[in-house]
Design a protein around this ligand. Structure first.
Ligand code: AMP
Ligand code: FE
Ligand code: FE
Ligand code: ZN
Length: 291
């Protein structure tokens, strides 16, 4: 398929969270927001779930925004915060569902442990309050933080993280995550294109540390890097582009939109206020066809 220059440069956003995980805009609402902003396409990449994809796809077809189904999975690679994006997973892949179910079941054990610690620290929250906050989506620390703010235990979401919920803070409980290889294997089994999310925002102390992970993932079947990401400097983008070239990976771009939960992130607005062009998605689709 040949795209015109204009088509190749239409704005897109390939990293969007909805109420199915920790965003506060529904899947259909995200599509509407994309339409309002004039985006040609968005990808739904909720943490640990593909539950928002169907609603977004349906709305996209109605309003004329291309919707890419996807998911975001945290992987075990201490001390980095490493996340994989998977684009176009087949809906009922047993391998991928097993990983996602495992991650969600684990949250069902972890969240009560966090609440128990918070209660011991003088910040009691009950389970129903937390479930109501998550509104039926995957429940995580951002929801706990929101309840804490509402109950006056913290001044802001960031304050709740800094004092209680961040890694190493008083009420932190670690998560169990799949290995990089297991996560990539599951994504490939579902014919999803595996891409490393925000390589420059994993808490690495050096480019070398980033490259070690990229090398290991590339060996396991990684196909791309998220080189354009909300808040990246030109230098960070170029570090990602260099790595992508070195390991033969495609590049994608997304903002990590979470709605009003992360008010500084605007749908579709990439590094340095630039937009991310549709040609990144065209390349991603070619990679999907080759899987
Ligand atoms: P969970 O999936 O429950 O471990 O929560 C992970 C989410 O919490 C991430 O997607 C971020 O949105 C948020 N988060 C994690 N660490 C921090 C932090 N130090 N400050 C603010 N938000 C954070
Ligand atoms: Fe998140
Ligand atoms: Fe992430
Ligand atoms: Zn994300």
């Amino acid at each position: 398929m040949n795209l015109t220059w204009e088509e190749e440069n239409r704005p897109i956003d390939l990293h969007v969270h909805t109420t199915a995980s920790d965003g506060d805009v529904s899947p259909a609402g995200c599509v509407d927001e994309a339409k309002r902003l004039g985006l040609a396409a968005i990808a739904i990449t909720d943490h640990d779930t593909t539950a928002g994809n169907a609603e977004a796809l349906a709305r996209g077809a109605e309003v004329g925004v291309e919707v890419v189904p996807g998911v975001e999975i945290s992987i075990e690679y201490p001390p980095l915060t490493a996340h994989l994006l998977g684009y176009y997973p087949e809906p009922d892949s047993p391998e991928l569902e097993a990983i996602l179910n495992g991650l969600r079941e684990h949250r069902g054990e972890r969240n009560p442990r966090i609440l128990k610690r918070l209660a011991e620290l003088g910040c009691p929250i009950d389970r129903d309050e937390l479930l109501a906050e998550a509104g039926g989506g995957v429940v995580g620390r951002p929801h706990i933080a929101a309840v804490m703010v509402r109950k006056g235990y913290a001044r802001s979401l960031q304050d709740a993280f800094d004092r209680y919920l961040a890694k190493g803070a008083a009420a932190y409980v670690d998560r169990v995550r799949p290995s990089p290889e297991a996560a990539i294997r599951a994504l490939l089994a579902a014919r999803a294109v595996p891409v490393l999310a925000h390589p420059e925002a994993m808490g690495a102390r050096s480019e070398r540390e980033v490259e070690e992970l990229v090398a290991r993932l590339a060996h396991a079947g990684l196909r791309g890097l998220e080189a354009y990401y909300h808040g990246y400097s030109a230098g960070q983008v170029s570090a990602c582009l260099t790595l992508a070239r070195r390991y033969g990976l495609l590049v994608t771009g997304g903002t990590d939109y979470h709605g009003a939960k992360k008010p500084d992130i605007r749908l579709g607005r990439g590094p340095e206020g630039m937009h991310m062009p549709y040609r990144l998605l065209a390349e991603l689709k070619r990679a999907r066809e080759r899987l």
